[in-house]
Structure formats: structure tokens, C-alpha cells
Design a protein around this ligand. Sequence first.
Ligand code: PGA
Length: 264
Amino acid sequence: MHKKMIAGNWKMNCGQSATSDFINKLEDLLESDETGKRSSKAIESELIEIVIAPPFTSIGAAVAARRSEKINISAQNVHYEPKGAFTGEISLGMLEEAGCKYVIIGHSERRHVFGETNELLERKLVATLESKVLPIFCVGELLADREAGRTETVLRQQLEAAWLSLTSDVVAEMLVVAYEPVWAIGTGKTASDKDADDACGFIRELAQEKFGAATADALRVLYGGSVKPENSAGILAQKNIDGLLIGGASLDVDSFTKIITTSV
Ligand code: PGA
């Protein structure tokens, strides 16, 4: 059984003081009552893993506010070069030094709002896998793709471009893939449990084609897109889904905690 990941992507929300308050309250809630304590136990027994991805400038505040290692910190983006004349960019070494365990790569807003291509994302993924930071690599189709029956074609294009040069060991041990249908992000429209499971199952099939069955089994695949406390347990119960990447509902510490508690 895989360790389930419950990850909050805060996008461009929460400055330093809001971040410290959130982390303090989350740790309090994870200690406070029976359900909170059950979640803490599940974290300690490595059944679940909690990740928060604040904006770059709040990463330090998140790390400083933690009283334990229960909450892992992720960045939302990275550049593949280690240093140099890349105004506005942040390197993997900087993320590692700041205390990030993970980085989100290829979120649909990076792809569709900022125009990041499959080729660019492949460079980011390869550089990350050579660093000490672990990637959460996002894929997902637009509404027009889904309506045209092109979901699998898009997932195949995005993943085949991304893992072109990867080896099965690296994929099995280090890669987390997040399936986030673009039409479900921030829209309140969640994929049905079955559609989410089918797409995550297809991602596993692609991994099996390229890397073999053992790697496909070991690969961690998350679902993201309008996840909330009301639908999180149903999605997490699906056999191909190993966790959740949560946007809007991760900004509210009570709903994020509820999602954690429904996952154990
Ligand atoms: P949402 O965002 O939960 O607000 O739909 C998910 C994401 O963008 O990762």
C-alpha cells in the first residue's frame, strides 16, 4: 500500500503571517481531539504524508512555524538551471536550502497561463530528479480535450515528453504524478470518482508500458481538481489514487484538516 499524500497548493495566496498562523493551527488541530490524533498517528506510521506548497516568499515562514516534521513543505515552481542570469527564477538548490522536500512542476496554470511547454517541463523534471527535492508532476486535459475524447492522448503526450529519459528506479522511488483535469480546477466541478480513477489508472498503464509493472505499481498518483471535505474520501477510496492535490480547500485550515482526517 502506498503512503497517501494530502497536498495543499496555495497558489498566490498567504503571505508570511497567514502562513505561520495556518501551520500553527494545523499542528494544533492534529493534536487536539481523537480524529486529529488519529491523523497524527497515521503520519507517524507513514500511512499518510501532509504537504503544503506556499508561495516562495512564505516558504521560510512555513518552515520556521513547524513544531515537528509532520508537515512537509513544497514549492510551486522551479527553474532547471542551478544559478545565473535568470531574473525572477528560483533554483533547486535554493528550494533545498529553504527546507522544501517537494516541488510542484507543470501545474495547469504554469502550462496554460504562463505557457510552459512539455519540453520545458521535461528539463525541470530531470533537474529536480537530480537534486534532493522531489517532484510532484502535474498532467491533465482541457475541457475541449475531454469533450473530444482526447483525454488519454493528452495524458500520453504530457507524460511521454516528461519521462523520456527517466529510469524505472527513479520513477518508482521519487516521482509523484498528479492528475488534474483542467476543467475541474477551481471550478467546483470534480471529476466523478470513476473518471478520476480511470485517468489515474491510465497513467499507471503508461508507466507500465515504459517502465514495467513493478514501477507502475510503485508510482504514486494523486488526483486534483475541486477536492473538498465532502468528496475527498470517495476519491481517495479509488484503487489507482494515492492522494490529493488541493487548491481552494487547502486555504482553509479547517477544511484542509477535515480532508486529512477523512483520509485515515
Ligand atoms: P482546486 O485547485 O482544488 O481549487 O480546484 C487544485 C489545483 O489547482 O491544484
